[in-house]
Design a protein around this ligand. Sequence first.
Ligand code: SAH
Ligand code: SF4
Ligand code: F3S
Length: 460
Amino acid sequence: MNVNISSTAAGGFVSGVKALISGQNKLACVITLGCQQNEADSEKIRAMAVDMGYGLTDSPECADLIVVNTCAIRRHAELKALSIVGNFKAYKKDKPELIVAICGCMAAEPHVAESIKKSYHHVTFTLEPSMLHRFPELVHRSITEHRRTFVFGNEEWDVIEGIGSVRTSSHKAWVSIMYGCNNFCSYCIVPYVRGRERSRNSADVIAECRALIEQGYKEITLLGQNVNSYKSDMTFAELLEAVARIPGDFVLRFMTSHPKDASDELIRVFGQYTGKIAPAFHLPLQSGSDRILKEMNRTYDTAKYLATIDKIRAAVPDAAITTDIIVGFPGETDEDFEATMSILERVRFDMVFSFNYSKREGTRAAKMENQVPEEVKKERMTRLLDVQCEISREKNDAYLGRTVRVIVDSAEQKSGKTVYSARTATNKLVHFGAESNYIGKFIDVKIIRTGAFDMLAEIV
Ligand code: SAH
Ligand code: SF4
Ligand code: F3S
């Protein structure tokens, strides 16, 4: 169901908190871990905090409301979140009224909520991502009832419209088009913590994009766990085309695509709107072994994957293609790993995001018996990184001497000079020095040096 928040009770809690904290200069700090979905959610949390009357700060030590927006994708991400949350125990001693909230994917895991309840007494409430709209209610409760609340176990998957966003960037915007995942890849926690797939109405997405472009945003990324599983009155390809047709000078990106749903129609649109849609395609492979792909429940095989890559390259020959790989999935043999390596050599991805398999409680793969030892994962990972580093370097070498249009993201002072960081349409990281302020602008630069992970350029 699509629900507009302005017609629900949340509005009452917003004004309730506003009245309670009025004139007290209360500050909120939102810390984001995890993927772009969490970045987008944090922008909504900030908007709700501002609506309730909080000012925003980046320093948790100054805040009266601290929100940690957590990620559960791998063990390492969870440990990082818990260590950050642990640090706030001392703050609570000095400031008993401090509200510490845990949002994001970890908050949806029953065993995490349980352990926070027991061992992290300074945490005021937890709130799982699909119930983010209840944030004002929980802040209100924390102030008025002085008791701890743990909200998880949602089984009603709605699309909530009407929450604003305080965007981190003034030129790049995330636009969520769908939430959740139905794929249940056997290693992955996301379907358990983000719930079932649900898509926003196309009219709401298009209106949001149009408004962002009118406000001067230069880059829009359509977001979803599987954007191409988007389903409303439009397919994902139709929605992408509709957004690409909005007049204005902007770059359109989308992520992430699941290979099973990367349709010919999507690739046609990708090839037809190259002036608007960035020539960058992220298509997670996960493994190059058909046997492992089956165990992972990915529902495609390497032949289908490679055929899709060929179609993408036929549509946009110089598209940058990137992927995700999991190393050491249970039962992965040397032979399976070699199959992955040979696909890397064959496709020659621009970039590979590779992860050691991490056991996630409650998933099917966690129960598999033949878990791969950590040393083996490490060895395989080192080999993969070595080979891919060389491929990425060669891919980037092709940019040497070329003039490319980039969008400028940020600036840093380095030995008395301003060094800018920018991205090409193919999403390559470029640095250049300049005197004037170029942040948020498109400019042309000439690439003068290349490496595996970034490039050096000068303004033309
Ligand atoms: N929905 C996206 C991926 C989201 S998670 C897709 O299906 O492509 C981002 C990446 O994290 C995944 O592509 C996968 O490579 C990695 N990942 C997910 N679960 C993992 C686990 N248990 N251990 C290691 N890596 C994992
Ligand atoms: Fe996880 Fe698979 Fe869903 Fe991606 S498609 S979020 S990897 S279950
Ligand atoms: Fe992490 Fe949740 Fe994203 S588990 S990767 S923050 S969807």
